[in-house]
Design a protein around this ligand. Structure first.
Ligand code: GLC
Length: 538
């Protein structure tokens, strides 16, 4: 059982976050790529849906080698997405609707086209040489160590100007900055302040666990569990190239910059097992407010496995550390593609009833699954380097209506849309009581109505072993309210016992038409059904 919180909760604790991948949300100028004005146009939708904050993936000036995760100017909007004025309008309009705005900050690496890198590579003596990671070749002329790029191949590229190698954890077009250098920290803090002054409510910090590397650049050890179908990066355990203890000091520095502006949130992107992940709350909670918890993406979709995961995570959280949960993002196969359409509804109920801040990924609320992308249409550079690992199928444009290109663009969309876009779109689904969109909206509204759901405690409920294989049961409680959540992860019916003396009302089911039903002693869950129960008023 863990944590009820007092009435003093912060917006990013009680609220929900919605991720927009700006290339794919709404295009307003007909170039087939979404833009900032498009996001502004759709703010009414987000307010209607009932989320509290929108996190926007990068829109900074960039050559787009990694679709904006290669930044050439941290304080400018790329013309593809609009202008700084468009951004100012977006944030003003969002705030007018009580929606918070979270930016994606990409401090681990810049673009190769950033003026800092142009200076740094010019000569060994350049004052910015040490802003990036330059090393002499190994004695055999090869790279300085065995570190690999996350997108395939070596993580070191030799630069003809000086003969030295520079390090890039991702593409050669994304050289890593040297966060041990105080000038780099100061420049990055200034970039944070630039956006904070414009009113942003927080940052999601890209690969925050990568920022500091082993000082001696030791070789990473081999990974004994590596399997050939995995991406090449998995050949080694990344223990020296990332997750170094000094990174916590860097994060505390960023956090201090944010604190000067009041309640702004710092979210960190971290792919690590739970015991390492929770260290990113930092000593005395001086680290990330929300170290992104991707465990639901990485755990097999079975009731027992997910129940055990929730227990493990709840037990591992430091005192005062606020939990969070994620089902998908622009780097991962979509939830409906992973677990199927029926279970995607159960997943929605899980995400929005667990304790902690949920992050929704655009398009999941209309049940978008795997959208096939023909090889000749591939965009993601990772797909070109390591076919089969690319992220395009999870980044396809949002589907708004049954018109051309589902209302996303008047031009040709940069990625294809789903074959059923004439039915799978917001317009068709918003008034359909059986749609997954309606389910998401009801869940979001319940989260606002019941403090037990948004900020209450969590308690797992034991079930007989035969039932626990398929059903995950828990309670959320606080301020005199208790709600019970029962999720059937299986595709057969299950009868779940309830206390005899208590009558419960179905607040919401993933199956429509059940709300308001009263149950006593037991409840029968349909295949793939999840329910939220509240004690019935006598
Ligand atoms: C993060 C981003 C991903 C990007 C990578 C390099 O993992 O989410 O999209 O490619 O960092 O910046």
């Amino acid at each position: 059982m863990s944590g009820t919180s007092g009435s003093e909760t912060l917006w990013w604790q009680s609220g929900t976050v919605y991720q927009v991948y700006p290339r794919s949300f709404q295009d307003t100028d007909g170039d087939g790529v979404g833009d900032l004005r498009g996001i502004t146009e759709r703010l009414d939708y987000l307010a209607w849906l009932g989320v509290d904050a929108v996190w926007i993936s990068p829109f900074y000036r960039s050559p787009m080698a990694d679709f904006g995760y290669d930044v050439a100017d941290y304080c400018a909007v790329d013309p593809l997405f609009g202008t700084l004025e468009d951004f100012d309008t977006l944030i003003a309009e969002a705030h007018r609707r009580k929606l918070r705005v979270i930016l994606d900050f990409v401090p681990n690496h810049s673009s190769i086209a950033h003026p800092w890198f142009a200076e740094s590579r010019a000569s060994r003596e350049n004052p910015k040489r040490d802003w990036y990671l330059w090393r002499d070749p190994a004695p055999d002329g090869g790279p300085p160590n065995n570190w690999l790029s996350n997108f395939g191949g070596p993580a070191w590229t030799q630069d003809p100007a000086t003969g030295q190698y520079y390090y890039h954890a991702f593409l050669p077009e994304q050289p890593d900055l040297n966060w041990r250098n105080p000038e780099v920290r100061a420049a990055m803090h200034d970039a944070l302040r630039f956006w904070l002054e414009r009113g942003v409510d927080g940052f999601r910090v890209d690969v925050i666990w990568h920022l500091v590397k082993d000082e001696a650049l030791r070789d990473n050890p081999e990974n004994p569990d590596f399997l050939p179908h995995q991406p090449g990066i998995n050949r080694f355990q990344q223990i020296y190239s990332c997750d170094r203890p000094e990174v916590l000091d860097v994060i505390a520095g960023m956090r201090a910059v944010l604190r000067a502006y009041g309640e702004r949130v710092l979210i960190g992107e971290i792919y690590l097992p739970i015991e390492r992940l929770v260290t990113y709350y930092g000593p005395d909670l001086t680290g990330a407010d929300l170290p992104f918890n991707f465990q639901l993406i990485q755990t097999p979709w079975r009731a027992e496995a997910v129940a055990a995961l929730v227990e493990e995570y709840e037990a591992a959280l430091p005192e005062g550390g606020w939990p969070n949960w994620v089902l998908g993002n622009h780097d991962q196969p979509r939830i409906a593609a992973r677990v199927g359409e029926a279970q995607a509804r159960v997943a929605a109920m899980l995400l929005l009833t667990l304790r902690g801040t949920p992050t929704l990924y655009y398009g999941d609320e209309i049940g978008l699954g795997h959208v096939p992308v023909p090889p000749e249409w591939a965009q993601d550079p990772w797909e070109r380097n390591e076919p089969g690992h690319g992220r395009d199928p999870a980044r396809t444009p949002m589907q708004w209506d049954a018109g051309p290109h589902a209302g996303f663009t008047a031009g040709i969309p940069w990625l294809p849309q789903s074959a059923d876009a004439d039915r799978r779109n917001v317009d068709e689904m918003r008034d359909d009581s059986r749609s997954i969109l309606t389910l998401y909206r009801r869940l979001l509204s319940l989260r606002r109505d019941w403090r037990a759901l948004s900020v209450g405690g969590y308690r797992g409920l034991p079930l007989p072993p035969s039932l626990a294989e398929a059903v995950f049961a828990y309670e959320r409680f606080g301020e005199g309210e208790t709600l019970r959540i029962l999720l059937n992860f299986g595709n057969t019916e299950h009868r779940v016992p309830l206390e005899k003396q208590e009558t419960w009302t179905v607040l919401l089911s993933t199956r429509s038409g059940r709300s308001g039903e009263r149950v006593q002693s037991e409840i029968t869950l349909d295949p793939d059904e999840g329910v939220i129960l509240a004690p019935a008023l006598r």
